[in-house]
Design a protein around this ligand. Structure first.
Ligand code: GCB
Length: 580
């Protein structure tokens, strides 16, 4: 029963990348939905799989037929979108919702078809025409299900069971300072590919200036493999490279013919992958990133990361963000701040964010939801963390904007956690050896004006990221500027969080908590402190926008929002915006 309600691993899903460059049919729109807190649609009263469950999408065939549900007369929910903000009864809901859409197929299928989901939070089962096809575990990663041979001409019923219950053995676990938005939160599409296709083609620049990448050829038989060879063309520079044993490499001298992507000049090059009948056209930027001593270099230029943290919440209405418009608005606000860097906290954001960051020339930190209390001792949780890391890195490793993979946020040091996070860092490095790794570390408050960061995870990552709330959760505001941070690691430091809460429009003196003046004063002191911190290579204060969270209940001030935003939940700027 436990396994039926809380599956631990994904089954029958594949990871498809480069979707934006493929032939797709959108299934987004208004779907029908049934709220099912007891999972009746999946398990019967004996706890067994319910053979007549909601996934069958049944209709009574005779007047005496008993079917105790009817999608056609049930709630409507828009996909993509969180369910919480679409119906008042769902605002705090944590449990199962069944989604259903009907779609017609009016021409013969292409060689292979996949049903692709940008993300659904948290555990998803996919049923086509009553048949269970796949399970996906993880609320923010993309997944696809092969439906080749199942799309005969005519109408089809797609039912998706989505469950956002918090469980101790999920990632994230039982507590987080953000809203547990449930639902099919990113787009659903039917993706057509030839019989043999490139499943995860990627290209990026290594720190030594070579361009490296690779792809998995899916569906080839030995006779057609390498005949003719699969290639990638860098069209603007007239460079072609062959895929050999799943990898491609272009030497640094040849690669130097390409103009680099950089934060100030985000040059993207047209590239084309070709493998038999499969062609993928994309735009990719090339830049190097590396750490030397306690400095970060982008294209061999020492670079200070002037950043801001961002949650995956849209610019208005306290909703889960999705799509190109949300990405564009959020990143334009970051640009208005003068940022060259964004921390996409605390989970895998919509792919539109990193694609838009590529276009705008913003450097990006992306992150896994290994946050606060995680069951680090559990093998199933480790396996799911690795699967989530794969989804993130494999999806985004062609994006020039992405320079940092963060494996965790504020987890308490102990042996199980160190071993878990080290495994995760190693996995990320195997998938992409060209970028930097980090994890946001918790600062233990001290009375000492020098704060020592001793977390052994510092040995494992490339960049030390420090979350600290001097002047807010601890310490006096006027002591912030004279505080310094020291670490045992001789590595660059990023202040990945600091800040203070203020309600937009609430004015007073800088001594009064929750006023814009108080927040602005904390920012002023923090910036003075950071100027004196020699090994600091960047900052991403907390946070761009007020965001929904059940942890923040103070009436008339918080009302369910974390108020550390530089803008309100509707985008109104606070004084600290200008300070930063
Ligand atoms: C943190 C967490 C972040 C919270 C923030 C806060 O340290 O990383 O998720 O929202 O503090 O506002 O307390």
């Amino acid at each position: 029963m436990e396994q039926l309600l809380n599956p631990k691993v994904s089954a029958n899903t594949v990871l498809l990348t480069n979707l934006a460059c493929r032939q797709r049919r959108s299934l987004d729109g208004t779907w029908r939905a049934i709220i099912d807190p007891y999972d009746t649609g999946y398990v019967n009263i004996l706890g067994q799989r319910n053979k007549l469950g909601y996934f069958r999408d049944l209709k009574p065939r005779t007047p005496s037929d008993r079917v105790e549900y009817d999608f056609d007369r049930s709630l409507e929910l828009v996909v993509p979108g969180d369910w919480n903000t679409q119906d008042p009864s769902l605002l705090y809901y944590e449990g199962t919702v069944w989604y259903r859409t009907l779609f017609d197929v009016d021409r013969a299928e292409s060689a292979r078809t996949f049903l692709s989901f940008g993300a659904a939070n948290h555990t998803t089962r996919v049923f086509l025409d009553g048949e269970e096809l796949a399970t996906h575990v993880g609320g923010f990663g993309p997944f696809a299900v092969e439906v080749t041979g199942r799309l005969a001409l005519g109408s089809h019923s797609l039912v998706v069971q989505v469950n956002n219950r918090r469980e101790p053995d999920r990632i994230p676990g039982m507590r987080s300072d953000w809203w547990n938005f449930g639902g099919i939160t990113r787009s659903v599409e039917l993706v057509s590919v030839p019989r043999t296709f490139l499943r995860d083609a990627w290209l990026t620049m290594a720190p030594d200036g070579r361009i490296i990448g690779g792809a998995t050829i899916d569906g080839a038989d030995s006779a057609t493999l390498n005949d003719p060879p699969c290639t990638v063309d860098l069209i603007d520079a007239g460079i072609t490279a062959e895929l050999v044993d799943g990898g491609v490499e272009i030497d640094a001298v040849t690669a130097s013919r390409l103009e680099r992507w950089s934060p100030g000049a985000p040059v993207l090059h047209r590239i084309r992958w070709a493998c038999g009948q499969d062609v993928i056209d994309d735009e990719v930027g090339f830049r190097t990133v590396k750490v030397e001593g306690n400095r970060v270099f982008v294209n061999d230029e020492e670079t200070f990361l002037r950043g801001i943290s961002i949650h995956g919440e849209g610019p208005s209405g306290g909703k889960r963000a999705h799509g190109p418009d949300d990405a564009s608005t959020l990143l334009s606000w970051a640009e208005d701040l003068g940022a060259n860097f964004v921390r996409l906290a605390h989970y895998q954001h919509d792919e539109h964010m990193v694609r838009e960051a590529d276009r705008r020339g913003l450097l990006a930190w992306t992150e896994l939801p290994v946050y606060w209390n995680i069951a680090f001792g559990s093998e199933a949780v480790m396996a799911n963390a690795v699967a989530q890391a794969d989804e993130l890195v494999i999806r985004d490793r062609s994006r020039a904007s992405v320079i940092l993979w963060s494996v965790a946020n504020e987890t308490l040091p102990d042996d199980a956690r160190l071993s878990f996070l080290s495994t995760l860092v190693q996995r990320v490095k195997v998938l992409d050896s060209t970028r930097l790794t980090t994890a946001a570390l918790l600062t233990i408050p001290s009375k000492d004006p020098v704060v020592h960061i001793e977390d052994p995870l510092g040995e494992v990552v490339d960049v030390i990221a420090i979350n600290q709330y001097l002047g807010w959760y601890y310490g006096q505001r006027l002591e912030i500027a004279s505080t310094t941070f020291s670490t045992a690691f001789a590595k660059p430091i990023i202040f990945s969080e600091f800040g203070a809460g203020a309600k937009h429009g609430n004015h007073g003196t800088d001594e009064e908590i929750w006023t814009e003046e108080f927040q602005a004063a904390v920012y002023n002191e923090q910036i003075s402190m950071i100027r004196n911190q020699a090994d600091c290579v960047g900052l991403s204060p907390w946070i761009l926008k007020d965001f929904r969270t059940p942890l923040r209940v103070l009436p008339e001030i918080q009302d369910g929002y974390n108020r550390k935003g530089l803008v309100s939940e509707e985008g109104e700027r606070k004084l600290a915006f200008d300070v930063l």
